[in-house]
Design a protein around this ligand. Structure first.
Ligand code: GRF
Length: 205
């Protein structure tokens, strides 16, 4: 097999999606390896999980920088020093500058807990329940400057059950996220994903 793609994961919190990527990459035939995890908040519990898994984990606190551009430049430098080829946002709660997004165009993925373009932003599960939806889900997409937009790589649906609360629905969707993100990253790392305009085309294996 050709060399595995070098992946950097950006997190702000508990890091369960990051862990799903780390676990998937343990398989010898997985086409990507997680070479770096960066957290931007001291309470990002995921950093400890990454360290325990033997992955280099860096804390880069946005508060230590005078501007968004300066923070993003530090991210960019750190990713490049680690020779990262693909970036995965995994619960990274910080808007990135258009310059950073452009620099990583079609090489930066995000996971979002709704079936985009429905329910971008926060509180997706409460909003899906309030809207009377019967189906919820999650999306992995390439990142564009506008929050929660960009060509969709993969989506998974989950049912909304009678009596669901935002928490019970979030738990069901999160399980789907943990399957979807490694699958979508695999497709990208294998070079099977092509962006055509605002859509993604996936080549057969
Ligand atoms: C996930 O629901 C993800 O879709 C969203 O933020 C949450 C992060 O959870 N972007 P975790 O840190 O991966 O556990």
């Amino acid at each position: 097999m050709s060399a595995r793609r070098r992946v950097g994961v950006l997190i702000s919190g508990r890091g369960s999606n990051m862990k799903s990527l780390i676990d998937a990459a343990k398989a010898k035939d997985y086409p990507a390896e997680i070479v770096l995890v960066i957290g931007n908040r001291a309470d990002a519990g995921g950093l400890a999980i990454a360290k325990d898994a033997g992955i280099p984990a860096r804390m880069i606190a946005h508060r230590d920088f005078p501007s968004r551009a300066a923070f993003d430049a530090a991210l960019d430098k750190t990713l490049k020093e680690a020779r990262v080829e693909l970036v995965c946002l995994a619960g990274f709660m910080r808007l990135l500058t258009p310059e950073f997004v452009e620099a990583w165009r079609d090489r930066m993925l995000n996971i979002h807990p709704s079936l985009l373009p429905e329910f971008p932003g926060l509180d997706t599960h409460a909003r899906a329940i309030a809207a009377g939806k019967r189906v919820a889900g999650c999306t992995v997409h390439f990142v564009r400057a506008e929050m929660d937009t960009g060509p969709v790589i993969a989506q998974a649906e989950v049912p909304i059950e009678p009596g669901d609360t935002p928490d019970t629905l979030a738990a069901r969707v999160l399980k789907a996220e943990h399957r979807l993100y490694p699958m979508a990253l695999k497709l990208v790392a294998e070079g099977r994903v092509r962006v055509a305009g605002d859509k993604v085309e996936i080549a057969d294996a």
